[in-house]
Design a protein around this ligand. Structure first.
Ligand code: VGL
Ligand code: ZN
Length: 210
C-alpha cells in the first residue's frame, strides 16, 4: 500500500523519552532505532502530535509503590489489571524528557498522560479507567484531522492502547510498525497485534509512506 500523507492526517509520536531508550529505567530493546525513522516521517506530515508519559513520584503503576511486588508483576487495581513497572518518566526528571535526537520542531501539541497519581494511562486518548479523557480526540475533531498514524514506544503498551482508542474514537488508524519497538512482557506483543487487527488498525511500514 502506498500512502501519501494528506493535510488532514496526523503523525502521532508516542513516548520517545529517555526512560524508554537504552540506558533508561524502562528501556525498550533497540528503542533508539525508531528515532531516525520518525524524523524522516515527520518531514512528510504537516500535523505532528507527541505524547509524553508523565508520572508523579510514587505513581500507582510503579512496583516501588507496592511493597512485596516487583517490576512486571500483574496486580488488580480498582480500574482493572495493572502491570507494575520500574519507576519511569517521573515529572521533571531526565528520563521523562524527549530524546534530544528527535527532530520534530513543527510538532503542534504535546499530550502528557499518566499524571493522575492513582490511575495509569498508556493511551494518549484516555486513562486506564477507560473514562477520563485527555482531550486528544476533541483536538483532532476540532482540527478536522481524520487519519492517525501511530509510531514510537512501546508497540505493545502505549502505541497499541493509543491506536485502539484512536480507532474506537472513529479515526482511521495505522501503526507504522518499523517505527515502533516493543517491551514484550508475558506475551504482550502477540496479544497487542491480535487486538489491533481485530479492531481494524492497519499495520504498515515506513516504506509505504510516500
Ligand atoms: C509505557 C509502560 C509504562 C509505554 C508507559 O510508553 O509503552 N509502558 N508506561
Ligand atoms: Zn508509564
Amino acid at each position: 500500500m502506498a500512502i501519501t500523507p494528506r493535510p488532514d492526517d496526523l503523525l502521532l509520536v508516542v513516548d520517545v523519552q529517555y526512560d524508554f531508550l537504552p540506558g533508561g529505567n524502562l528501556a525498550v530493546a533497540d528503542g533508539d532505532a525508531v528515532i531516525p525513522l520518525i524524523n524522516g516521517l515527520g518531514r512528510k506530515f504537516t500535523n505532528v502530535v507527541m505524547t509524553q508519559d508523565w508520572h508523579p513520584a510514587g505513581h500507582i503503576s510503579f512496583a516501588s509503590s507496592h511493597p512485596g511486588h516487583a517490576p512486571f508483576d500483574l496486580i488488580d487495581l480498582p480500574y482493572g489489571p495493572q502491570v507494575l513497572w520500574p519507576d519511569h518518566c517521573v515529572q521533571g526528571t531526565h528520563g521523562g524528557e524527549f530524546a534530544e535526537e528527535l527532530d520534530l520542531p513543527h510538532a503542534q501539541l504535546i499530550i502528557r498522560k499518566g499524571y493522575n497519581p492513582s490511575v495509569d494511562s498508556y493511551s494518549g486518548f484516555q486513562e486506564a479507567d477507560r473514562t477520563t479523557k485527555t482531550g486528544l480526540a476533541g483536538y483532532l475533531r476540532e482540527r478536522g484531522l481524520g487519519r492517525v498514524f501511530v509510531v514510537g514506544l512501546a508497540t505493545d503498551f502505549c502505541v497499541a492502547w493509543t491506536a485502539l482508542d484512536a480507532v474506537a474514537a472513529g479515526f482511521e488508524t495505522f501503526i507504522i510498525e518499523d517505527a515502533t519497538r516493543a517491551i514484550d512482557s508475558n506475551g504482550s506483543l502477540d496479544k497487542a497485534w491480535a487486538d489491533l487487527g481485530a479492531a481494524g488498525v492497519t499495520r504498515i511500514t515506513t516504506g509505504e509512506i510516500a
